[in-house]
Write a protein that binds this ligand. Structure first.
Ligand code: NAD
Length: 349
């Protein structure tokens, strides 16, 4: 047995059906009076409805959140926050909106209540990725983590089928990397494996029947476990590659994770027995996850995300420039081969 450190889980979590109705209580419980409600333009109506529901506890809405937290949007949101007289933030949406909440909260010290509506998993983490002048920087700091996370299963019923599937695979990727992380611990490993069981059972149901509330609950609870795992451990090859493809080639976040996962997990399974539990759940690691993704209707080829074969050379170059911890050593050639298989959509061995 090797020793470990369990850092504790620092955010308060409220989970259930209809829990959106508890956001006001949570704002009050934090000792605040008026929240600025954040969303993307596509979820502006949800933000307005929540502000209406919060009544006097709402200071207004800001609905310009965008993918990868552009700094110019954050600056406009900071101005809106100050002008509104708000003393805290409520973000309702996926990783883009929660990212904006984190960006304001870490700059102002304001408390942040996150209400996630996808499975991407930003809500439990101390990680913030921001873009400025085309460059993405990522940092970790305790001040970034939302104080409260309110999971309302009902909000996920409208999650479009394609995003449901890619976002679920994005979540599973957090769980996979938590199992072999250098700072892995038994609690987060248990949560990660339980999350995978929930996705294995629930995702096919949700993909067929998006309005199935019990299956949506099963999957959202899995997403919470995976987000927690992401928030407390160090990620490796999978997240590094996803970051390289998204940052340097503009590939969309959830789809990129979904396509890479069977390939990165299959590659790493040969370097560690930490993924044996994943093989038990999916039949095998690389092939099993690939079959699961395909059956759920996930995109399977990097070629379909607009990447050319020549891009794979440059991506392998960038991904091997700096050393980082990974259970299986690799070189540029290994990554090039892995990317080729993901580009073609080939089933890993
Ligand atoms: P997203 O937040 O960009 O959402 C995608 C689209 O779906 C948006 O238009 C959104 O409004 C809409 N949407 C979200 N939930 C919906 C719902 N229930 N019903 C209808 N429409 C809905 O996508 P995402 O995949 O959740 O997040 C991706 C972003 O989050 C990326 O920028 C990524 O880097 C970041 N992220 C950060 C972390 C972290 O720990 N910092 C973790 C995961 C993701």
């Amino acid at each position: 047995m090797t020793g470990f450190v369990f850092p504790g889980i620092q955010s308060r979590v409220v989970f259930g059906f209809g829990t959106l109705g508890k956001v006001g209580e949570e704002v009050e419980r934090l000792g605040h009076e008026r929240a600025l409600v954040l969303s993307t333009p596509g979820q502006a109506e949800d933000a307005e409805a929540l502000a209406k529901r919060l009544g006097a506890r709402a200071a207004g809405t800001f609905s310009e959140a965008a993918m990868h937290t552009p700094v110019e949007v954050t600056e406009r949101a900071m101005a809106a926050f100050e002008k509104s007289g708000a003393d805290c933030l409520v973000s309702i949406g996926g990783g883009s909106t929660i990212g904006l909440g984190k960006a304001i909260s870490t700059r102002t010290g304001a408390d942040h209540v996150a209400v996630p509506t996808t499975y991407a998993g930003s809500e439990m983490t101390d990680i913030l990725g921001e873009t400025e002048n085309g460059a993405k920087t990522t940092r970790r700091d305790a001040s970034i983590r939302p104080e409260v996370v309110v999971y309302d299963v009902d909000l996920t019923l409208t999650l479009p089928a394609d995003l449901t599937v890619t976002s679920a695979l994005n979540a599973i990727a957090h769980g996979v990397e938590a199992l072999y992380a250098p700072d892995a611990n038994p609690v987060l490993s248990l949560m990660s494996l339980e999350a995978m069981r929930r996705f294995k059972a629930g995702l096919p149901v949700v993909a067929r029947e998006p309005g199935n509330r019990e299956a949506r609950a099963q999957v959202l609870e899995g997403a919470w476990y995976c987000s927690t795992a992401l928030g407390y451990i160090t990620m490796a090859l999978h997240h590094k590659l996803a970051h390289v493809l998204g940052g340097s080639f503009g590939t969309p976040h959830a789809e990129t994770h979904a396509i890479l996962l069977p390939h990165t997990a299959g590659f790493n399974a040969e370097g560690t027995d930490a993924l044996d539990g994943v093989a038990e759940i999916f039949g095998s690691v690389g092939g099993g996850l690939w079959d699961f993704a395909k059956d759920a209707g996930a995109p399977m080829r990097l070629a379909d995300l607009g990447m050319s074969e020549a891009d794979l050379d440059r991506a392998s170059e960038i991904a091997t420039q700096n050393a980082y911890s990974n259970p299986r050593p690799f070189d540029r050639e290994d990554i090039r081969k892995l990317l080729q298989a993901a580009w073609e959509g080939r089933r890993p061995e």
